[in-house]
Design a protein around this ligand. Structure first.
Ligand SMILES: [Zn+2]
Length: 221
């Protein structure tokens, strides 16, 4: 199967310049680890513009934070190269409860699943560097949905397993969905089974409706 949704150019530029926030960087790195196309584009940006961009933009991460994250990516490169064009190859590692996670998450502290709504569980993922945007694993059951919401800042979501849809498309394992704050959406998990995603938001979600706003403190974004 082919990855259909990739990192935006701006995200790769920010990765190259080291100006992407840690939580977003972890989501991007998880995608890049499994996507030869984005790895190649990132290498191009690093070659031609990383230094210039670093001089031009404020640094949001510790100098070695991105290097730490991308060391995880590099660790998975040789394995992913063997299986280019496929989804979720052997670069994945098991989680104690049976959920299989991509290699860039191996060095992260991952919390237990917490119930926040019927069919919806979250697990906080500590980025290798303290501070910055919180990354979350979300596990949502078949046919379940998140309430309609927007975001303050960009939202990056990497599909680990399963699939979901919104009014903009359908997303499967390996896809990276980037949404700007101008987009409101209501993600619905497809009927095949649980969907597990890694997600991070530049600032926070904007939920609509009383029930949804009740969920926000539990999500923590
Ligand atoms: Zn990609």
């Amino acid at each position: 199967m082919t990855i259909r949704y990739h990192a935006h150019e701006e995200t790769l530029l920010r990765c190259a310049a080291g100006t992407i926030r840690p939580g977003l960087a972890l989501v991007a790195a998880t995608h890049i680890a499994g996507c030869p196309a984005c790895r190649d584009r990132l290498a191009d940006f690093e070659a031609i513009g990383g230094v210039l961009l670093r001089d031009a933009a404020p640094t949001l991460m510790a100098p070695d934070a991105l290097a730490t994250i991308f060391a995880c990516v590099d660790a998975g490169t040789s394995e992913t190269a063997k299986s280019e064009g496929t989804r979720l190859p052997s670069r994945v590692v098991p989680r104690p409860d049976g959920v299989v996670l991509p290699k860039p998450l191996r060095h992260c502290e991952i919390g237990p699943w917490r119930w926040i709504a019927p069919g919806v569980h979250i697990s906080k993922v500590g980025a290798p560097q303290a501070g910055g945007t919180q990354a979350l694993l979300m596990k949502i059951g078949a046919n379940r949905n998140l309430p309609r919401h927007g975001h303050v800042g960009r939202e990056l979501t990497q599909v680990i397993s399963g699939s979901f849809s919104d009014h903009l498309g359908q997303y499967g394992p390996g896809d990276l969905i980037e949404l700007g704050e101008e987009v409101d959406h209501r993600p619905v998990v497809d009927a095949g089974g649980d969907c597990i995603c890694l997600t991070a938001i530049e600032q926070k979600m904007r939920f609509h409706g009383l029930l949804a706003r009740f969920m926000q403190p539990f999500i923590g974004l």
